[in-house]
Write a new protein. Structure first.
Length: 369
C-alpha cells in the first residue's frame, strides 16, 4: 500500500502526532510524507529517515488567504502528490488547504482525522468552519479520537464511515526523560496548567481552587504555560502569590521543562473533545486531575490512572488536589499507571495498525464505487 501522509500545519502537537503515525505506518506500507517547510518540528521529520517532501505553505493569515485565492501553490502540491501515485491519502489534521487538495485529487481515497469534531467555542472564524465541513464530507473515511466525538462527526458528515482511534502517547516530548522515582516526584512543587488559554479551559476555576489550596500548602506553586488572552483573569492573578505565568507559545523543546516541575497536571476544562495534554502527561508519568467532559473520561480511568471531577466544581478540585498532595504514594502511583496504560494500550504501533486497516478499507470502498 502506498500512503501519502499530508500534514501542512506549523505549530502544536499535530506535527509530533503526524510524525509518530507516519513513522509507524512505514513499517507496513510505502509512506511518503508531505509537510510544511515551516512546521515547528521540521528537524525531526528530516532526521526520521522517512521519504519527505517539504512544501512552503504560509506564515500568516494574509498569506493563507492569498494562497487559497491564487491556488498556484495548491496546484503545485497536488501535482507532487499525484506523482507519488498514492493508493490513499491520510490527513492527520484539518488544514485550510485540504478541501482544495481533495478536489484536485478526488480520484484518490482520503482519510481525515478530526481532532475536534465539535469545534471549540470562539476559536475559529466561520470561513474555517465551511472549509472544515467540506473536507469532512468529502473524505472517504473520517477518524475521531474519542467515542464522545463520533456523534458530532456524524452530524457534520451525514454518513457512517467514521472510525474511533484514541490519541497515542506523546512520548515525542519525553524521549530524553528517564522514569522518575517517588523521591524525585515529591520534590516537585507545582500544579501545572499547560496549553492554550481560553474561556472553555476553566482557568477561573483553577485560580479559585489554588487560592484555597495555598492556605494549607504554603509551599505550593501554580505554573500556567500557554498562549492566549489572560486579561479576564488578571485581577484574580494579582490577588495570588506563587503563580508563575508564561503567557506565550511554548516551543516544543521547552515542554519537558514544564512537565518535569509538575506535581500534578490540572485540566479544569468546561468542555473538551480529548486532550493532548493528558497524552503528554502520560509520557512523563505525571498524575492528572481533569473534568468529566467530552472524551476525557475515555483517556482516564478515575481513581486508577487519574482523577476526574465535575466541570466547574471548585470544591471538588480543591478536595481532589488536597488528597493527592497529602497521599504522595497514591499520587505517584496513578501517574505511573497513566504512563503504563498509554504505553500498553495507546502506543503508536497499535494506532498505526488501526490506521492501516482504515486506509485499506477506504481504498476498497473507492474501488467498489
Amino acid at each position: 500500500m502506498r500512503i501519502g501522509v499530508i500534514y501542512l500545519g506549523r505549530f502544536g502537537s499535530g506535527g509530533p502526532i503526524s510524525l509518530e503515525l507516519a513513522r509507524n505506518l512505514s513499517d507496513s506500507a510505502n509512506v511518503l510524507c508531505f509537510v510544511s517547510s515551516y512546521v515547528e518540528n521540521i528537524h525531526s521529520w528530516r532526521q526520521s529517515g522517512l521519504p519527505l517532501v517539504e512544501f512552503p505553505t504560509y506564515t500568516g493569515f494574509i498569506q493563507a488567504i492569498i494562497s487559497i485565492l491564487r491556488k498556484n501553490k495548491l496546484h503545485e502540491l497536488s501535482n507532487k502528490i499525484r506523482k507519488f501515485d498514492p493508493d490513499v491519502l491520510l490527513y492527520p489534521m484539518l488544514h485550510p488547504w485540504v478541501p482544495f487538495l481533495q478536489r484536485k485529487l478526488s480520484d484518490i481515497p482520503s482519510v481525515m482525522v478530526l481532532h475536534d469534531a465539535k469545534p471549540h467555542p470562539g476559536l475559529f472564524p466561520k470561513i474555517m468552519g465551511y472549509l472544515d465541513n467540506f473536507a469532512i464530507r468529502n473524505a472517504t473515511s473520517c477518524v475521531v479520537l474519542s467515542v464522545n466525538q463520533k456523534v458530532f462527526a456524524q452530524s457534520r458528515r451525514k454518513h457512517d464511515k467514521i472510525h474511533v482511534v484514541p490519541l497515542g502517547i506523546l512520548s515525542y516530548y519525553a524521549k530524553e526523560i528517564s522514569r522518575s522515582t517517588l523521591e524525585e516526584y515529591v520534590k516537585r512543587d507545582s500544579l501545572l496548567f499547560f496549553g492554550r488559554i481560553t474561556r472553555y479551559k476553566g482557568i477561573e476555576i483553577l485560580l479559585k481552587a489554588f487560592g484555597r489550596l495555598k492556605r494549607k500548602f504554603k509551599w505550593l506553586k501554580l505554573l500556567i504555560a500557554g498562549a492566549g488572552d489572560i486579561r479576564p483573569y488578571r485581577k484574580m492573578l494579582n490577588m495570588l502569590d506563587s503563580v508563575k505565568l508564561v503567557n506565550r507559545w511554548i516551543n516544543e523543546e521547552e515542554i519537558p521543562i514544564f512537565f518535569k516541575q509538575a506535581r500534578l497536571v490540572i485540566l479544569p476544562y468546561l468542555s473538551a473533545s480529548q486532550s493532548g495534554v493528558i497524552a503528554t502527561a502520560a509520557a512523563f508519568g505525571v498524575p492528572v486531575v481533569a473534568t468529566r467532559t467530552g472524551g476525557i473520561p475515555e483517556q482516564i480511568k478515575d481513581g486508577k490512572t487519574g482523577c476526574l471531577i465535575d466541570p466547574g466544581s471548585v470544591d471538588q478540585l480543591v478536595t481532589t488536589v488536597m488528597h493527592l498532595l497529602e497521599d504522595e504514594q497514591y499520587a505517584f502511583s496513578i501517574g505511573q499507571n497513566l504512563m503504563f496504560d498509554f504505553e500498553q494500550n495507546m502506543n503508536w504501533k497499535i494506532i498505526a495498525k488501526e490506521f492501516y486497516n482504515i486506509c485499506e478499507e477506504a481504498i476498497n470502498e473507492m474501488r467498489n464505487l
